[in-house]
Design a protein. Structure first.
Length: 117
């Protein structure tokens, strides 16, 4: 079951230095999002043919100003990796992404302010 939440937005961070960039801006350790998935089935339900049963749990973090003051909070999560899901035909691993990417689930009312940072 899914529901469109108009009060939430998603920001995509993409590139080889994504984790390094975010590590200095947020309050939590985002380096574990770049690590390979472990066989920890406590998060997520049973996998489907094109979505893994094993996933890296999201990281809750707060975005800070240069002075270390709280700005906004967010959930950071990594989409499934190609070896964790099948391609569109279901016959093998999906395409290898060109760059590492993370998604941030944020409050929609603060989206413009976050994108200016």
């Amino acid at each position: 079951m899914a529901c469109h939440l108009k009060a939430r937005s998603v920001i995509r961070f993409k590139g080889p230095d994504t984790v390094k960039f975010l590590q200095g801006l947020v309050t939590n350790d985002v380096r574990r999002l770049s690590e390979p998935s472990t066989d920890n089935r406590s998060f997520g339900a049973v996998g489907t043919p094109n979505f893994p049963g094993v996933a890296v749990p999201p990281v809750y973090a707060a975005l800070l100003t240069a002075q270390g003051r709280f700005m906004h909070d967010m959930f950071l999560y990594r989409p499934p990796q190609p070896d964790e899901k099948l391609n569109s035909t279901g016959s093998g691993p999906g395409p290898i992404p060109e760059e590492f990417e993370l998604f941030a689930d944020v409050d929609a009312s603060s989206l413009d302010e976050l994108l200016e940072v």
